[in-house]
Write a protein that binds this ligand. Structure first.
Ligand code: NAD
Length: 295
C-alpha cells in the first residue's frame, strides 16, 4: 500500500486518519495544531512540516479542512500541496466547501497533472470514529475506483454522484435537509413542552411514524439531555448554509427555508453559541416560548 498524506486533523480528520492507520495504511500528516500532530505521531503517523512536505511523501493526499479558503491555501498556496505533489498523484478533498471552489482547485491541479476527487462526508464525529461515514464523491470513475478501498476504511458508503464539484453539491443538499429538520424537531418539541406534554413521550410516540428521521433520533435525545457540546458546530453549519445560499443564488434557485434557518443560526451565533452543536437550535425556540425541553 502506498503512503497517504492526511492534512487537517480536527474533530473529523483525527478519527478518520486513525482509521486509515488501523486499516494498515502508512500515513504522513500535517496540521497547524501541534497537539493534533503529536496525537497522530503517537498513533503511528509520520509528521510533515508543511502541506508541500506531506504531499511530496505520498501518492494520495487527503485534506479535511474547515472551508474553501483553507483548502485553497493548503492545496494551492505557498508551501502547498501543489508544490510537493508528484504528477499522477491524487488529491482527495473531504472538507465541505463551495462546489465552484472544488472545480477551481481541481482545474489548477490538472495543469500539473494532478488528479482530484471532492469527497465530503456526512455522519459527524461518532461515525468518523466508527468508520461508518457516508461519503459523497465527485470526479472521474477510474479515480473513484482507485480510492474506494481508502474510502471503505473511513466510511460505510461512498457514492460517485458526478464530476468534480458534484460531491459538494450533494453535501449542500444534505446540509439543507439536516438544518431544516433540526429546526422542525426544535419547533415540535418546544410546542409540545409548552402544551404540557412530556417531549420524551412525544418523541417515543412519533419516531416510528412518518415524522421519524435520523436527525430526530440523533438530536431529540441530546436536546432533552441538554447536551450541546459539538458534534457539529453551529459556526460550521452557518458556513455550509452560506455555501448553499451562494451556490443557489448563482444558479438561480430560491431557497426560502434554508434562508430562515440561516438567520436562526446567525442569531444563536450572535448570542455566543456558535461553538455549540447545531442541536442547540432548540434554544432559539425555547427563548421565544419561555420553556426548556427536557426529560
Ligand atoms: P475542525 O475545525 O475540528 O478541524 C479542522 C482542522 O483543520 C483543524 O485541526 C485545523 O487546525 C486544521 N487547519 C485549519 N487551517 C489549516 C491550515 N491552513 N493548514 C493545516 N491545517 C489547518 O473541523 P471538523 O469538524 O473536523 O470539520 C472539517 C470539515 O468536515 C469541515 O468542512 C466540516 O464542515 C466537515 N464536516 C464536519 C462534520 C462534523 O460533525 N464535525 C461532519 C461532516 C462534515
Amino acid at each position: 500500500m502506498s503512503k497517504i498524506a492526511f492534512i487537517g486533523l480536527g474533530i473529523m480528520g483525527k478519527p478518520m486518519s486513525k482509521n486509515l492507520i488501523k486499516a494498515g495504511h502508512e500515513l504522513v500528516v500535517f496540521d497547524i495544531d501541534k497537539a493534533a500532530l503529536e496525537e497522530l505521531k503517537q498513533a503511528g503517523a509520520e509528521v510533515a512540516v508543511s502541506p508541500r512536505d506531506a504531499a511530496s511523501k505520498a501518492n494520495t493526499i487527503i485534506t479535511m479542512l474547515p472551508n474553501s479558503p483553507q483548502v485553497k491555501t493548503v492545496v494551492l498556496g505557498k508551501d502547498g500541496v501543489i508544490e510537493g505533489a508528484q504528477k499522477g498523484s491524487i488529491v482527495v478533498d473531504m472538507s465541505s466547501i463551495a462546489p465552484l471552489v472544488a472545480r477551481e482547485v481541481s482545474a489548477a491541479l490538472a495543469q500539473k497533472g494532478i488528479r482530484m476527487l471532492d469527497a465530503p462526508v456526512s455522519g459527524g464525529q461518532p461515525k468518523a470514529i466508527d468508520g461508518t461515514l457516508s461519503i459523497m464523491v465527485g470526479g472521474a470513475q477510474a479515480d473513484f475506483d482507485e480510492i474506494l478501498p481508502i474510502f471503505k476504511a473511513m466510511g460505510s458508503s461512498a457514492v460517485l454522484t458526478g464530476t468534480v464539484g458534484a460531491g459538494n453539491v450533494t453535501k449542500l443538499a444534505n446540509q439543507i435537509i439536516v438544518a431544516i429538520n433540526i429546526a422542525a424537531v426544535s419547533e415540535a418539541l418546544v410546542m409540545a413542552t409548552k402544551a404540557g406534554v412530556d417531549p420524551d413521550l412525544v418523541y417515543k410516540a412519533i419516531r416510528g411514524g412518518l415524522a421519524g428521521s435520523t436527525v430526530l433520533d440523533a438530536k431529540a435525545p441530546l436536546m432533552m439531555d441538554r447536551k450541546f457540546n459539538p458534534g457539529f458546530r453551529i459556526n460550521l453549519h452557518i458556513k455550509d448554509l452560506g455555501n448553499v445560499l451562494e451556490t443557489s443564488h448563482e444558479i438561480g434557485v430560491s431557497l426560502p427555508l434554508s434562508a430562515v434557518v440561516m438567520e436562526i443560526m446567525q442569531a444563536l451565533k450572535a448570542d455566543g453559541m456558535g461553538d455549540l452543536d447545531h442541536g442547540a437550535m432548540v434554544q432559539f425556540y425555547e427563548k421565544l416560548a419561555h420553556v426548556e425541553v427536557k426529560r
